[in-house]
Write a protein that binds this ligand. Structure first.
Ligand code: CU
Length: 458
């Protein structure tokens, strides 16, 4: 990653060849740092400007800036990028500064921002600063508040960040195409007083989705609802990094949703409170304990918890079909059907056929199903006890004792204290008392239809 010093040196050299932009105050373009890797970058500690506690962007990074005459200057470049969705699959997306999503923009309430946006896409674009209170002409709605930025041109946005909070940026130009291609990024505005609402670890990521046919590289941009890759920051499990957390840490996780459906985000082993939205902080009197928060479309939620329970805690969307990667959905349900032998016979006709509801999805991960190139298994990921049967919007919060304050390295799998893991019953399995009832025969299991108007007990 570009260090602050390299960035400053680079931007000084960049002055020579810089294109002129319209305003005198914005006469020279700052360098546009770029990121080649999809890894989670360590927090970018501010070297100038007001101090703050930086966030960690899951499988992402924060955009360095330069201070110039009291302005914090950033340079975003909208451009085609190649993004690794998970090891084994790369996608042709559109993003900013080398990645999709683009880098996180971090600043402090009261900062004056000058953001240069260079368009290297094949079509026009804009950037809308979602949730930010700003002058109308800086709102980035193509055709309404500004002309679209033509291909090859650079526009300048200037505004003051009036309040702290959790926001995002995305185009308001050809949105269906440009968001389906991955153009988006996160904005965090820190309070002026770093002690205010301080968290020990502050993670951010966007929920986004793509429709990429198995074997291909480029999203289908006309898709409206039937997306097949459910991502956190354009990554799917097992490509989403874990959240390493020190026991006792106050943890904030900020989540923005730029998909076309809501996502109930659930964490195991802990309670949390929703402490912020894109509209601002939630007052303490209006918070309640939760383990799942539904993040609506076009909204942000900040949740906070105290990580007091050591272990590897699943953290995921609760829509089970968002825990899968691209698959064929036209699979009949055969639960209750004796599939012994049937699968064998089908396999003679369809060589790679697999039955659902007989052995779990571990087959998909464990067996070597032949897949087209550049295609992830539908459900995959290995844990310490075997196949995880997950893809999509899933990762793990790893709560450990004695992690370093700024240590974000994966601590490996949790070592459970002896006697604390669910275990197989080794006594007499015949002995348990059970209500006697005749087994349901297929003849009796006829559906009894109820006409509308009859009493439904629910
Ligand atoms: Cu979901």
């Amino acid at each position: 990653m570009t260090t602050r010093r390299q960035f400053m040196r680079g931007s000084a050299a960049g002055l020579l060849g810089a294109a002129l932009v319209s305003r005198a105050g914005a006469a020279s373009l700052p360098e546009a740092p770029t990121m080649a890797k999809p890894d989670t970058a360590p927090p970018l500690v501010p070297r100038d400007g007001r101090p703050y506690n930086p966030v960690v962007t899951l499988n992402g990074w924060t955009l360095p800036w330069r201070m110039k005459g009291g302005w914090k200057e950033f340079h975003l470049v909208a451009e085609p990028v190649r993004r690794q969705i998970a090891p084994g699959m790369t996608a042709n997306l559109w993003g900013y500064n080398g990645q999709s999503p683009g880098p996180t923009i971090e600043c402090v309430a009261g900062d004056r921002l000058r953001i240069f946006v260079t368009n290297k896409l094949p079509e026009h674009t804009t950037i809308h600063w979602h949730g930010v209170l700003l002058p109308n002409g800086m709102d980035g709605v193509g055709g309404l508040t500004q002309p679209q930025i033509p291909s090859g041109k650079t526009f300048v946005y200037e505004f003051e960040m009036r309040r702290p909070g959790t926001f995002m940026y995305h185009p308001h130009a050809d949105e269906m195409v440009q968001m389906a291609m991955g153009l988006m990024g996160f904005i965090v505005v820190h309070p002026r007083d770093p002690a205010e609402r301080r968290a020990d670890r502050d993670f951010v990521f966007l929920l986004n989705a793509f429709d990429i046919e198995p074997g291909s590289f480029t999203p289908k941009v006309a898709t409206m609802l039937e997306f097949n890759l459910w991502c956190w920051n354009s990554r799917v499990f097992p490509g989403i990094d874990p959240l390493p957390v020190r026991k006792g840490d106050r943890v904030r996780i900020r989540i923005g949703n730029l998909t076309m459906t809501s996502h109930p985000i659930h964490i195991h082993g802990h309670n949390f409170a929703v402490t912020g939205t894109d509209g601002g902080w939630v007052p303490k009197s209006a918070q309640w304990p939760e383990t799942t928060v539904d993040v609506p479309v076009g909204a942000l939620r900040a949740i906070e918890l105290v990580a007091d329970n050591p272990g590897d805690w699943a953290f995921h969307c609760h829509k089970s079909h968002h825990l899968m990667n691209a698959m064929g959905h036209s699979v009949p349900t055969l639960i209750g059907v004796d599939q012994e032998g049937v699968a064998e016979k089908i396999r003679k006709l369809v060589p790679d056929y697999m039955a659902m509801g007989g052995r779990g999805m571990a087959d998909m991960g464990e067996m070597e199903m032949p897949l087209p190139d550049n295609t992830l298994p539908m459900m995959t990921g290995a844990g310490p006890f075997g196949a995880l049967e997950m893809g999509g919007m899933f990762t793990v919060m790893k709560v450990r004792e004695g992690l370093g304050r700024n240590d974000y390295r994966d601590p490996g799998w949790y070592k459970h204290p002896q006697g604390t893991v669910a275990y197989e019953f080794s006594g007499d399995v015949q002995g348990g008392a059970r209500q006697e009832s005749a087994p349901v025969s297929s003849k009796e299991a006829v559906l009894r239809a109820r006409k509308p108007g009859s009493r439904m007990n629910h």
